[in-house]
Each structure stands twice: as structure tokens, then as C-alpha cells.
Design a protein around this ligand. Sequence first.
Ligand SMILES: C[S@@+](CC[C@H](N)C(=O)[O-])C[C@H]1O[C@@H](n2cnc3c(N)ncnc32)[C@H](O)[C@@H]1O
Length: 353
Amino acid sequence: MTSGVAAEPTRGSVPAVPAAVHVLRDLALSCARAAAVRAAIVLGIADTVGDEPMPLATLAQAVEADPSTLHRLLRALATFGVFTVTDDGACAHNDASRLLRTDAERTMKHMVLWTTEPWAWTVWPHLDKAVRAGGDVFTALHGREFFDYLHAEAPESAAVFDQAMTQSSRLSVNAVVDQLDLGDHQVLADVGGGQGSVLAAALERHPTARGALLDLPGVLGNADPRLRPGGALADRAELVACDSIDAVPVRADVYLLKNVLEWDDESTVRTLRNVVASAAPGARVLVVENLLDGSPELGFTTAMDLLLLCNVGGRKHTAAGLEGLCARAGLRVTGIRAVNSYLHLIEATVDPA
Ligand SMILES: C[S@@+](CC[C@H](N)C(=O)[O-])C[C@H]1O[C@@H](n2cnc3c(N)ncnc32)[C@H](O)[C@@H]1O
């Protein structure tokens, strides 16, 4: 039985806890935030709640959850800024929760899923070891390198990853295509281009251009239907399965590497050298990245930098860092410009030998 007495809001007269304590308490439990938002997707809450607030009992029945524990999850999510929830547990969408819906135009469902996949939780406790060793911890934990593991042992996770990349690229595709400046009849090679949404948009924008999508074989199987045999762009597109660290087997006028050069520096330089080896003299190489300097979302970029360290021994870059890696590969950087509020494009040239 409850007394019906509501807790008084805390007043100025009670002892204050220093702000630094709040910072550390929130950080120490930040995994609960990631887990809660993942649970909202996996339980189907975001897809079940419609335009109107949904009573707790109706939602609990629809997602097959215990009403009382569902209420606790919803209260936590609302506190974190995802959904709004009334005292009696009725749940309504807000801007953030709507982006978790599968049918949202700019859905982030798979972006959230991939950074919270089961493998991700296995590496975080070993961040200290990655920092000591200066390399990944994934291989020692799982017996294979990250991308091998995804494709051989965790196909659902690989599919989540590929969709996440496509969803994330959708947010920037037009801005990236605006920057390509493809001439008539030029060939664009999108190295590590994922499912090819950027390449497809570029070929649609430039009707005389041809393109090649290069990625690991398991990724190309799910390439954008416009690029696959029978697709609207198939006669101007080639799908090239390769490991770009071994070879980039396409001669092109423009090479795009968007969010790809995020491995260890040696693999990045090898990929860039492979581009140089295949490229025509004067070819342009366009590297698109979230930089560690000039980023308005340093929290996201630095966290991703640590995740890349743990899973592939990789990193995010500063502009100067990327310029140095391009120089090691024999590329001359000719400019760095913003693509949108969070991506930069580093343009480099393959100089005549
Ligand atoms: C972060 S995703 C970026 C995908 C795409 N460029 C985009 O921006 O949406 C990195 C891509 O690199 C691909 N990749 C990773 N290692 C590779 C390798 N050794 N050779 C070719 N592609 C690779 C992955 O399969 C993935 O599609």
C-alpha cells in the first residue's frame, strides 16, 4: 500500500553534491544509456508507438513485456531524452525516439544497433589493454580479426553493420556527391563503399560517369539494387570484391574513401599506396572523415576513436595526421574542406611519377 505522499523537490538548503560527482556518476553508468536505447529497438517499442501516446498496458502487451519493468525502462529512456512518458506510463514519441523507427526517413536504428552489438560489449572492459598495447583487443578475444569475424561468425551483426553504414551515409550522401565534381565520362571508384548508396547517388547525378564499388565480398552481396545486375545503374557500375589493403584493382579518375581509413596507420598507408598504384597520373583521391579537429561532435568522434582502437586497432584522425598518411603513400594533399557540419573532405592528387 502506498501512502500517497509525494517526495518534496530538493531545495537549496540541503547539502549540494558537487557537479563533478554527477559527471562521474553519469559516466560510470553510461552503459545503461546504450543498453536502454538498444532495448527500445530490440523490444520493438519505437516501431509500436505511433503518432498518439500509447497506454502502458497496451504497449506492454504489444511488445510482450512485463508492464512494471517496461515502465522502468521507459522512465529511464525519457530521462535520457528518448520518448516522453507520463506518470502512469503512457509513452509518446519525441524527436529522438522517432529516429529509432524503422520507417523514419532518417532512421538511426541500425547505427544504434551496431555500436551496441554483443561484440561491442566484449571489447570495452579491455580498453586499458588496448591503450597499453597500442592495438586492438578484438583479435585476441575472438580468435579472428574484426571483419573476418563479422562475416564468418556473426552474419546478423555484419548485416547490421552494413545497414548502419548505409543509414549513416544517407545523412550525408547529397553533401558528399556535391563535392565530387565528376567530369564527363569520368570513372569514380568508391573504395570501401559499403552497399554503394553514395556511388549510386553519384552515378544518378552524373549520367555519363561510370563507377566501381569496391568492398569485401560479403558486403557486395547486399549492394544497392540500383548497382546490381538488372538495376537502373548496372550498365555503368562494376562491383569489385577486394581487400583494399592487398590491392585496389580499379583504374579510375576519382577515388573516394569515405570513413574507410580508420584502421591502423600501416593498413591505411597500404590502401592509399594501392590507390596510387592503380590510379592514372593526375587522378584525384578524396578522403571523407569525421576529423578529431574541427568536429562539432567531439564526444561522438572521440568515443568512436576508442571503439576503432578496440575492434580494429584503428583510429579517427586529425587533418594533419591524415595529410601525413597521404604523404607517406605518395599523395599530395591539395585542400581540406567541410562537407557538412561533421564531415571533412581531404583532396589529394596522384602526381605524375
Ligand atoms: C565505416 S564503413 C564505410 C562505408 C561507406 N564508405 C560509407 O561511408 O557509408 C567501412 C567500409 O570499409 C569496408 N572495409 C573494411 N575493411 C576493408 C578492406 N580490407 N577492404 C575493402 N573494404 C573494407 C567495410 O566492409 C565497410 O563497408
